[in-house]
Design a protein around this ligand. Structure first.
Ligand code: NAP
Length: 449
């Protein structure tokens, strides 16, 4: 074969593309590359030759039919000599080693691997810089939704103030069904597993680890700063009950697992906070209308104002769209020559602990329904520097196991004004140990106001 190939009537330089992995995403990428080769060549200005597909088991059944002769278990031989290497295996090793090999062999790399980027991103970016190559990763956060390029390129002239993302489809599906059907967490999770929305081990999704990896990636881009995964504060959704959903609704909120990346000023110094937790979002906020397994990323920038990016956060063929966009970009760069742009991390802002974050809170307490209780609680809050905005009280009958000795129990739902997280958590500790409080039922932060 020559280095030039014809697409329609145009002669293009041929680029050798190696694909690592042919699972949910990889098989769709291979299929689209093979079926739309001519169109992609016209867009990229290069003919994209799928040189091979490295997998663990060449005989495994694939989601789409692909030519058997493309499959190999020898990833290294496939990588060396390729112009573009697409990594869709997932996991840290051998993905990390093989991408380093690809970069050091002069290839541009495309990956959807958020776990790898959130933990070893700087090592890969550094390796790319050394050889003037590029790492493309549009599919690594929020699947098909274009969010990496907007943050990296379109908003490069602006200052991002805050990002609030629904970046995990599984948890959004669970919380949405809890909200619309009044179902409980375990019931919806079991359903989600049956329907393929949740893994058999759902920990990465429901405990917020997956969202934290995406938050680290988005914050790094938005604030031109390397944000390590261990700087991301994380809570999952396993503690969310139907009662919390009902109380949220009564107060005009919906509960969403959010990845929040925010620019802050702490002690006069510019810094950032990156956190993942279930939060109360006003039902009028655009993020409240993100249903099912969909994702959305709400970006606030100084000049641009508010922007919302919405769509499918996962799915084989949907994610393949983002991967192929990266392949076209990589091909264009290869053809144009010059060095890759590299990551912008010069701002180097410190990531502050959760205690510095300032938001409103909704605190739900179970207390004895007795005179003076409300005043005692108001006193504890005020002493802690937390000011009360609203109080809703509901009275229930004697609560089993409560310390009220058969007397009625009141449920207090306290909405606070904005307060630092440290002040709020110290105050909640004092409330929990106070004689007038039976139980701190829940503490939820309010976001998006
Ligand atoms: P998947 O279905 O589990 O497929 C993984 C593929 O990689 C399989 O073909 C597997 O080969 C191959 N593989 C795994 N380990 C390998 C090894 N050591 N050597 C050679 N091949 C190996 O994964 P996926 O869902 O397509 O996800 C791929 C990547 O995309 C992950 O980083 C994931 O986080 C990311 N992503 C996925 C989605 C989604 O909706 N699925 C969305 C956004 C991002 P065998 O088939 O032979 O076992």
């Amino acid at each position: 074969m020559t280095d030039l190939q014809a697409s329609n009537s145009t002669q293009y330089r041929r680029l050798r593309v190696a694909l690592l992995g042919a699972g949910a995403v990889g098989s769709q990428v291979a299929d689209l590359l093979l079926r739309h080769g001519d169109e992609l060549a016209d867009r990229a200005g290069a003919s994209l030759e799928l040189a091979g597909i490295a997998v663990r088991d060449v005989n495994a059944k694939r989601d789409v039919e692909l030519p058997a002769e493309l499959f190999t278990t020898d990833a290294e031989s496939l990588i060396v000599g390729s112009d573009i290497v697409i990594e869709l295996m997932g996991g840290i090793e051998p993905a990390r080693e093989q991408l380093l090999l690809a970069l050091n062999s002069g290839a541009d790399v495309v990956t959807a691997n958020k776990a790898l980027l959130a933990t070893h991103g700087p090592e890969l970016f550094e390796a790319a810089d050394q050889v003037g190559a590029s790492v493309y990763y549009e599919a690594a956060a929020a699947g098909a939704i274009p969010i990496i390029r907007p943050l990296r390129d379109s908003l490069a002239g602006d200052r991002v103030v805050r990002i609030m993302g629904i970046v995990n489809g599984t948890t959004n599906y669970i919380l949405d069904r809890m909200d619309t059907e009044g179902a409980d967490f375990a019931e919806v999770l079991a359903d989600a597993q049956r329907l393929g929305y949740a893994e058999s081990d759902p920990t990465a999704d429901v405990e917020g680890y997956d969202a934290a990896q995406k938050a680290a990636i988005l914050a790094s881009l938005a604030f031109h700063t390397t944000v390590p995964l261990d700087a991301v504060y994380r809570e999952g959704i396993t503690q969310i009950t139907p009662a919390m959903i009902d109380e949220a609704r009564a107060a005009g909120f919906v509960i969403k697992l959010l990845a929040v990346c925010e620019r802050l000023t702490v002690d006069g110094a510019e810094s950032i906070s990156v956190r993942v937790y279930p939060a109360l979002v006003a039902r009028t906020h655009p993020l409240a209308s993100v249903h099912g397994a969909n994702n959305a990323v709400f970006v606030e920038a100084e000049a641009a104002g508010s922007l919302m990016f919405y769509g499918a956060g996962a799915g084989g063929v949907q994610t393949a769209s983002a991967v192929l966009g990266d392949v076209v970009s990589a091909a264009r760069r290869h053809i144009a020559g010059g060095v890759g742009v590299g990551e912008s991390t010069r701002a180097n802002l410190p990531t502050v602990p959760i205690g510095h974050v300032i938001t409103r809170y909704q605190v739900t307490l179970e207390v004895a329904d007795q005179p003076g209780v409300l005043a005692s609680i108001a006193g504890i809050l005020s002493d802690g520097g937390v000011s009360v905005a609203t109080v809703v009280q509901t009275v229930e009958g004697p609560s089993a196991g409560s310390e009220t000795d058969g007397s009625a129990t009141a449920r207090l739902i306290i909405g606070t004004h904005r307060a630092p997280e440290q002040a709020l958590s110290d105050t909640v500790e004092r409330l929990a140990s106070s004689a007038v409080v039976d139980r701190v039922v829940s503490v939820l932060r309010v976001e998006g106001e």
